[in-house]
Structure formats: C-alpha cells, structure tokens
Design a protein around this ligand. Structure first.
Ligand SMILES: Cc1cc2nc3c(=O)[nH]c(=O)nc-3n(C[C@H](O)[C@H](O)[C@H](O)COP(=O)(O)OP(=O)(O)OC[C@H]3O[C@@H](n4cnc5c(N)ncnc54)[C@H](O)[C@@H]3O)c2cc1C
Length: 448
C-alpha cells in the first residue's frame, strides 16, 4: 500500500494525463510523478482507439473551426508529429489522404471561399474537382462507375499525417517518461475516491492506498468536475455527456472524408474514416447523443451524472435555449433515432449517402462497443454550453482540473505544456522551455 509523497500526482491515465507525465518528466525538474488510473490499463476510455475518430485535428478539414482556432490547433497537432520524430518506436501516427467534401452549389461556393481564406495557413491543401476526387476516393465521386448527380468539389491533401491511435500514443508517452530521470509510478485499478487538502500537501484516497502530493492535476475526463466539486471548486459548471456512436461498412474509403459544417450545430459534421484497429472496415460517424452517465460501455456512473449535472433553473435554461432552435432540436432527435434498432440503419444511411452516394442501409453495421463520450461543460454563470475544453485552476492552490472534449486528444501536448508551466511555477522549480520549444514547437513558443 502506498503512503508516500510525490511532487505531482496525476489523476487519469488517458492521453491528457500521460502527455503531462511526459512533458513534466522530460522538460522539468519534477522528481517524482504518480499516475492514478481507475481501470486496469492506460487509455481505457475516451483516449482508446475504439472510442474516438482517431483524427489528428490540424484545422485543415474541420469546417467548424474559424481560422484563428485552426491555426492554434495546427501548432498543437504538429507537436505530436514532432514527438513522433523523437521516439524510436512509432506505432501511433499515420498518413492517409484527407479532404473536406462539399456537395451542391451552396456548399461548393462556401468551400471555395474557405479555401481562399485558409490558403496561407494551410498551403498544402488543394482544391479538387469531381474527377480528381474520383481518383482519390472513387466511392465518394461515383455511383456504379458513373459520376454522382450533384456538383461536388473537395479541399484536400494526400501526404500529411491525419490519423492517430491515441491509446498507443498514451502508452508511448509513459514509456518515454520512464526513460528520463524522473521517478514514474503508474498505479492501475486505482480509483481516486477523495482528495483531501492539507496546509502543504494533498492526500488522495484510492483502493491501493493513500497517495500524497505537492501538486495534483486531475485529468479524469467527465469525472474531473466531481473531484473539483468535492473541494469546493467548479460549482458554477455542469457536465453534459455527449456520446458519439459509429457505423461500419466494409472498407470503401482510402482516407478521411469530412463534410461541411452546418454552423448552427454544436458538434462536428459527419465524416468517414479508416479504422486503425479494424483496417478492413470504414467507420462513419460520430453521432451526438446526450447520455445520462459519465462513461460509455462501463455500466453505472448514472448517479455521478446527476451529481455533476446539478440540475437547476440555469441548467434548464441552457437546455431550453438549445431546444427552442428547430435545427438543433431536429438534430438532437435525429441523433437519438440513430440508436434505435430497426430504423437506425435506414436513417443513418440517408446522412451517410452524402459521403458515399451508393451506400445502402443494409451495408451499414452499428458499431457496438465503439465510441466514447465528450464531457461538454455547461457554464452556469453565462448559461451557455461551452464547446471547447475547460480547466479549473484555483488561485493560489496546487490544483488543476481538466475536462477535455474533442479535439482534446490532438491538443494533449499543447495542454500538457500549458499545465506544466503552472505546475513548475507554483512548485518553484525549473522548466526547460527552450528545449520544449526546440523539440516540440519547431523553434517558436506559443507566446512568441
Ligand atoms: C466520439 C468521439 C470522437 C472523438 N474524436 C476525436 C478525434 O478524432 N481527435 C481528437 O483529437 N479527439 C477526439 N475526441 C476527443 C478525445 O477522445 C478526448 O478529448 C480525449 O480522449 C480526452 O482525454 P483525457 O485523457 O482527458 O480523458 P479520458 O481519455 O477520458 O481519460 C480520463 C481517465 O481518467 C480515469 N478516471 C476517471 N475518474 C477517475 C478517478 N476517480 N480516479 C482515477 N482515474 C479516473 C478514467 O478511467 C480515464 O482513463 C473524440 C471524442 C469522442 C467521444
């Protein structure tokens, strides 16, 4: 049983916790780190390759990002590519063709305008006509060998990193951390039940004993907020768990095909992707479904959902504002219907035909056990559904709590760098920012 002091204890062995372990061990003077993971392996939930879309979000094919956000995400994504160059074994990052597909006159016009606006930041993205699309993704441009009827264009590239097995990457971060002088203690099957605050340290109670820490970072996905609430932090936030499901078809796409975003909708539009763990199949999705639990496919956590939702007038007002918009309301009901056996294949096929026009409902198989859960934060002060990541960093305390929905796996090193700066500053120890800038940021720090 543990009962000892670590410089830093990280709660959660997903990609966020593992990336921070790596950054602190390699680029700071932190001497000891404990990683506490509830389940029996690293990256068992949302960071697992079966739970997410495996996309390295670079901002080039995500039409739900504005230019500024796209540029930032691109830099964070590049950190993963640079990390891959530093390690001996790379079983996590891959190149596939990728494109944004526009269908119909209106979308084609919008895509052309976007391409012009983004060209300077993403010079490798090309505009493709139907003929070129047919060369790269025949199933997108043709039905039975003949051109599909609607006008299509795409904006894409063929030689960039586009897919990541974030589960393998999590393990790689821990292996790399173990090759440094920092002591790394990974404790699996160690659910943190309670964090207690003392004058100069924190005590974390788990089934494997008590862990003491000078600094605690909680990257426990949807559960981060509950742990923060225990200590009186983040009481003005709620968690809205948005599950994402997928459908399989036998392999029909060669790479990633993203569709144009409807700006009114809060979640990324449907896409088709190769599946790094089921290479004989193409994955379509994800859907967006509100679920009253904090973990997908593990049983339980219903009570945790209600405790972290903290239903009150303000939360109801956020739901009401969402539901009174007919586009969002229809989207929510439609995504719910994508889960109902018998009708779901037919309904989903209609949407998926935008990507693969020759697709038939009977080609689709609901991907059971695939797809995780995005912990979206409701900000009760502003009464809005927050779409990006959220962190709670209490003033004057050695605590950070992170909630990281998409694209939190892509931005893991960027987030880890952000947190490592706070950890080292508050602990009064050095961090080699010059080295991290050189190795992971291509020579230019975020703040330069
Ligand atoms: C459908 C879907 C598609 C997505 N697609 C992409 C994508 O293509 N690209 C991308 O970049 N991002 C994507 N994301 C987002 C991405 O998966 C997450 O942002 C990322 O995995 C979050 O990592 P994390 O480590 O913060 O959380 P998690 O992976 O959820 O890890 C949290 C860990 O904390 C552990 N834990 C919880 N409570 C405790 C406790 N009390 N004690 C100890 N341990 C605890 C859990 O067991 C878990 O292992 C997608 C997400 C979904 C749901």
């Amino acid at each position: 049983m543990q009962n000892r002091m670590f410089d830093v204890v990280i709660v959660g062995g997903g990609i966020s916790g593992c990336a921070l372990t790596y950054v602190l061990s390699k680029y700071s003077e932190v001497k000891s780190i404990a990683v506490l993971e509830k389940y029996g392996s690293l990256a068992p939930l949302n960071s697992n390759a079966r739970a997410n879309s495996q996309t390295l979000h670079c901002g080039d094919i995500e039409t739900n990002y504005k230019l500024e956000k796209a540029k930032l995400v691109k830099r964070q994504a590049q950190m993963l590519v640079n990390y891959a160059d530093l390690v001996e074994k790379n079983d996590f990052i891959f190149k596939f063709p990728k494109m944004i597909l526009a269908v119909g006159e209106e979308e084609c016009e919008r895509l052309e305008a976007r391409h012009a606006e983004f060209a300077e930041a993403f010079p490798y993205m090309e505009l493709w006509d139907a003929e070129k699309i047919a060369e790269i993704e025949p199933a997108v441009a043709l039905i039975d060998g003949k051109p599909r009827p609607e006008k299509i264009i795409a904006c894409g590239c063929t030689d960039e990193y586009s897919a990541v097995n974030f589960g393998n990457l999590s393990k790689s971060f821990i292996n790399s951390a173990r090759n440094t002088n920092t002591e790394i203690n990974v404790s699996l099957s160690s659910e943190v039940e309670k964090i207690a605050q003392f004058d100069d340290h924190y005590e974390l109670t788990t089934s494997q004993g008590t862990f003491m820490a000078k600094f605690v970072v909680v990257s426990a996905g949807a559960h981060s907020l509950l742990l923060a609430n225990q200590l009186g932090h983040g009481l003005d936030m709620s968690i809205l768990p948005m599950a994402g499901s997928f459908y399989y078809v036998p392999k029909i796409l060669n790479g990633k095909v993203y569709t144009m975003q409807n700006d009114k909708l809060p979640f990324a539009a449907l896409h088709g992707d190769p599946d790094l763990v089921e290479m004989s199949k193409t994955r379509l999705g994800p859907t967006a479904l509100v679920l009253p639990k904090l973990e997908r496919y593990t049983g339980g956590t219903y009570l945790d959902f209600w405790r972290s939702l903290k239903l009150d007038g303000k939360v109801i007002r956020v739901f009401w504002d969402l539901m009174k918009d007919s586009t969002i309301r229809n989207y929510i009901f439609r995504n719910f219907a994508f889960e109902i056996p018998i009708i779901r294949q037919k309904l989903f096929a209609k949407d998926a035909q935008k990507i693969i026009p020759g697709l038939k409902a009977e080609d689709l198989e609901y991907a059971d056990g695939i797809g995780g859960l995005r912990p979206q934060v409701i900000n009760k002060t502003d009464m809005v559904l927050q779409l990006g990541e959220a962190s709670i960093v209490p003033e004057g305390e050695n605590l950070i709590f992170n909630m990281t929905p998409s694209p939190g796996a892509t931005t893991c090193l960027g987030n880890a760098y952000r947190d490592a700066k706070i950890v080292t500053e508050r602990l009064g120890i050095k961090m080699d920012r010059a080295l991290i800038t050189k190795e992971l940021l291509g020579g230019q720090d975020f703040e330069d």
